[in-house]
Design a protein around this ligand. Sequence first.
Ligand code: HEM
Length: 396
Amino acid sequence: VGAGVGAGANELLSAPGGISAPSVAGASGIVDFFGGHQAGIATPTQECLQFAALDFVSESPEDLRAVLRAWSSAAALLSRGEPVGPLQTGDGAPVDTGESVGLGPSSVTVTFGFGRSLFAKPSLNLSAACPEPLVKLPAFTGDALNPEICDGDLGIQVCADDPQVAFHAVHDLVRLASPAAVPRWALSGFGRTANSKSQETPRNLMGFKDGTENIMVEDEGALDRFVWAVAPSSPAWMSGGSYMVLRRIMILFGVWDSTGLDDQERTFGRHKLSGAPLTGTAERDALDLTARSGGELVIPANAHVRLASPDYNAGQRILRRGYSFLDGVDQTTAAPSGGLMFICFQHDPRGQFIPIQRRLSENDALSRHTQHVGSAVFACPPGASPGGFVGEGLFG
Ligand code: HEM
């Protein structure tokens, strides 16, 4: 017996005319929800992240379908800065919680994904549809994963240029799925990794520019080659989708903050202030991985950029879309507790994230300063057309 989809979702589906807040459709800052690919992947990274992973607790495939349909309808409204349901409800609780009224669309994108555990639920009968690239990640050297902040049947990545718009979107999407799905873990982020020629490269919490050698979303050739899922490795329903890998990585500020600048720069293989490779003077200068000085490699053998570069990874690349996060104080060092919510997209983690992370976890100088505590992989289906919904292809 299905647990049912929340009143909010049903109301949204049956009474869209009840929406009463002013629409800001047509204003700037709208990223189309509908399209061949889901928004929030090849979209220039916005300022803020809200991520929620959910457990699907209903046993009914109809409930899953209803949640996904309600989510896509709501995400399309959110992308236009419109509420997801009635705001003026008298005695009843408002369907839209209201905290983004007047803030506009703020380039909000919602990207939905399915975890491997969703396909393993006998009641949903989806095991034959599980894409082969949606693997369980192997254990990596140094992992300190906390299962409470790992995995999830469903994932919602919300990105926006305004923190409250991002919060509102994830808040109301989670409510719309209740009680069929319940939140498992969530995280908010700021300080994005750059992935667009239109962006200056921001600094991460370690003070280094992050995203210089990323796949740029304007580079359609690289997106086709490295990011969008295709047959035969992916099933037809995933074609045009992508696989999202998330790693919640703590930065050990206690050690890092007392590390000398030269050592910090050798850790990454780049200069801190300019972002230039240690073999160059400007941020965009190409890495010279063979250059030596006094017999020593200028970009050390264990530097992060060397081990992560395509030259060391059979030419493979990933689209990074990470965010910084903060979470109080590390009581053992009195340093900030926080790090990088590493998020990346690719067409097959088996040939991309996994071998890159294996190499990094075994040798990367950065590993002395970081600890991976959370992990998840989601299959993000292709985008939807108006009237359809993301994930529709799962239902044949
Ligand atoms: C807290 C953890 C991490 C921090 C602070 C970090 C930071 C950086 C920085 C500063 C750069 C150089 C600038 C750039 O090209 O973006 C970089 C490059 C890169 N990182 Fe990370 N990173 C982290 C974890 C990871 C992980 C887990 C992966 C993948 C498994 C990864 C993959 C890459 C790749 C592919 C590059 C580009 C290398 C190149 O082609 O030059 N990073 N990272």
